[in-house]
Design a protein around this ligand. Structure first.
Ligand code: ADP
Length: 210
């Protein structure tokens, strides 16, 4: 097992890229910290109960809480698998926790998208609450409006995708997560793609860079 970390702002398309690639490559596994957390919230586990308020406010959940979830996934992932780690680490403390697991990092790919575009992307984002597939009303619409192509469930707007919370999430990204660019650059692991070329080309560029 090894891993590729996806770095990028909320709404930069990390989840769409990782989801697409994992669907078509049997040895790639998409691990989304946000999906793990939303799953825990939906189930009402102790971690989910603790995380819920932070997530609704667009703040980071406590480092130890999400780090434990990721460690559990690492422990259960064996064999010839590359984990596409989407949403973790999100600050330097988490990056150090990840390093302490000893799991090998193959590369870190920054999906680069300017903030102005992010706001619009998140405004149009629709999510499947059942299978977690992501859509956008114009850039990546489902075949039938409001319905998931993959599982037929009714699409929703995530609670934290409202414009005010998005602004807060971008502030958190610049303050907490952006320092990871220099952190991984110093280790010679960083690569960068232009995340503004549409879902298909973004996924191709990512695969070539990782
Ligand atoms: P996005 O990438 O669009 O912000 P995510 O699904 O990755 O969405 O994250 C949603 C929320 O889950 C975050 O705003 C945060 O509250 C929480 N979260 C996800 N990953 C982490 C993490 N590594 N550390 C702390 N909080 C996290």
């Amino acid at each position: 097992m090894n891993m590729v970390i996806l770095l990028g702002a909320p709404g930069s398309g990390k989840g769409t890229i990782a989801g697409r690639l994992a669907e078509t490559n049997a040895n790639l596994k998409h691990v989304s910290s946000g999906d793990l957390l939303r799953g825990a919230v939906a189930k009402g586990t102790p971690a989910g109960v603790e995380a819920k308020g932070f997530m609704e406010r667009g703040q980071l959940v406590p480092d130890g809480l999400i780090a434990q979830m990721i460690k559990d996934v690492i422990a259960e992932t064996q064999g010839d698998v590359t984990m596409l780690l989407d949403g973790f680490p999100r600050n330097v403390a988490q990056a150090e926790m990840l390093e302490a697991t000893g799991a090998p990092i193959r590369s870190v790919v920054l999906v680069d998208v300017p903030d102005e575009i992010i706001q619009d992307r998140i405004a149009g984002r629709r999510t499947c609450p059942k299978c977690k597939a992501g859509y956008h009303v114009t850039a990546l619409p489902p075949k039938v409006a409001g319905v998931c192509d993959k599982c037929g469930a009714e699409l929703v707007v995530r609670k934290d995708d409202n414009p005010d919370t998005v602004k807060d999430r971008l502030v958190v990204y610049h303050r907490e997560t952006e320092p990871l660019i220099a952190f991984y650059e110093a280790k010679g692991l960083l690569r960068k793609i232009d995340g503004n070329k549409g879902p298909v080309k973004n996924a191709e560029a990512f695969l070539a860079a990782m």
